[in-house]
Design a protein around this ligand. Structure first.
Ligand SMILES: C[S@@+](CC[C@H](N)C(=O)[O-])C[C@H]1O[C@@H](n2cnc3c(N)ncnc32)[C@H](O)[C@@H]1O
Length: 234
């Protein structure tokens, strides 16, 4: 269901690569570990006991086969929308998790109905693959999807300094861009971090540095009016 946008196979750069093929490849390599999300899932763990009210409408961007949304749907009975570029992940998800609304798309052009917003939006390990020329659009699209008062979860690598590495599954120019993506939202002045969980990616035998393997899960809350100190001058 694509409501807006460009001819979908014309996405450029990394967005096009993941849309046309690399999303499917990632899913083929990881499908066995995507059967269900347990309480140990870092996003569900970060959300545990935090939300004021049970979520009613949840969007996950880069949701793969919807395994995490399925757990949220089972727990809260919420309406769930999964946006994902991989056709294989979507086909598999439709078979396993029939209650989820799957939409093929990418973060910089989220397929949404006009004015459609969500009280919980999850973006986990996706922004490090978004093409740099569409990153600002992806941030804007994600922000537009979060309703005022709603929650946004950003989970991704968080090295000491923004770091780019060649994406080791391809021999071309595709890169992984590691940085604190929560800062893109908090710097807008309309998101407040309500929880931050730090972890480590991969196994202890991984040769990359501690900084390169650090991951962070931020739960932020959107507030378009209340985060400003009231000045006295007009
Ligand atoms: C590393 S996986 C993470 C999957 C899941 N979010 C999780 O936390 O386990 C990244 C997912 O994002 C998808 N993806 C890649 N580029 C994307 C983009 N530009 N916009 C949205 N999703 C993208 C991939 O197809 C894949 O399903």
């Amino acid at each position: 269901m694509l409501q807006r946008g460009s001819p979908v196979n014309s996405y450029e750069g990394q967005d096009g690569i993941f849309f046309r093929e690399e999303g499917d490849r990632w899913f083929q390599r990881n499908r066995d570990s995507l059967k269900s999300a347990t309480r140990e899932d870092r996003v569900l763990k970060a959300l545990d006991g935090l939300l004021e009210d049970p979520p009613e409408k949840v969007l996950e961007v880069g949701a793969a086969n919807g395994f995490r949304l399925a757990a949220l749907n089972a727990e809260y009975g919420c309406q769930c929308v999964a946006v994902e570029p991989s056709i294989e992940a979507i086909e598999s998800g439709k078979k396993c998790f029939s209650s989820i609304d799957f939409r093929r798309g990418i973060a910089s052009e989220i397929p949404r109905l006009p004015d459609e917003q969500f009280d919980l939006v999850i973006v986990s390990f996706v922004l490090h693959w978004v093409g740099r020329s569409s990153l600002a659009r992806a941030i804007a699209e994600i922000d537009s999807s979060v309703q005022n008062g709603g929650y946004l979860v950003i989970s991704d690598f968080m090295p000491d300094q923004p770091t780019s590495n060649p994406y080791h599954h391809r021999a071309d120019e595709t890169m992984t861009f590691k940085q604190d993506y929560s800062a893109s939202f908090t710097s807008l002045g309309i998101y407040e971090t309500v929880k931050k969980c730090i972890g480590v990616h991969g196994s202890e035998f991984d040769k990359s540095s501690e900084s390169d393997r650090r991951i962070a899960t931020f739960v932020m809350r959107k507030n378009t009016s209340g985060l400003y100190i009231q000045g006295s001058k007009r």
